[in-house]
Design a protein. Sequence first.
Length: 113
Amino acid sequence: MKFPLFQTLRIFAIPAAALLLALGARAQSAGLPAAAAPASSAATGQAAAPRYSASELQQAFDFMDANRDGRISRAEAAGFRGVARYFDQADTDQDGFLSRSEFDAAMNYVKPQ
């Protein structure tokens, strides 16, 4: 018996899990919450390159946005340890949701504009 929905979800789950594990590992190794990590190198004066491509971020965001409202609620983030752990730091406007720009900024360690 084939489960096409399961196969589709598995395709999205692997990159999403990798993104979340990297977020947690990077934040722990730096000793900083993901949203507080530096966005540029003061010594070189260059902005840090984004860690993930726009398509990778979109894929992970869409996977977590279960109700497809264009934002990630605290309840939706609860199933993803790395996102749930740093939800408050990533939610820069403190509205209780992660917008796509807040999510991208947290994943790539830059402040949203």
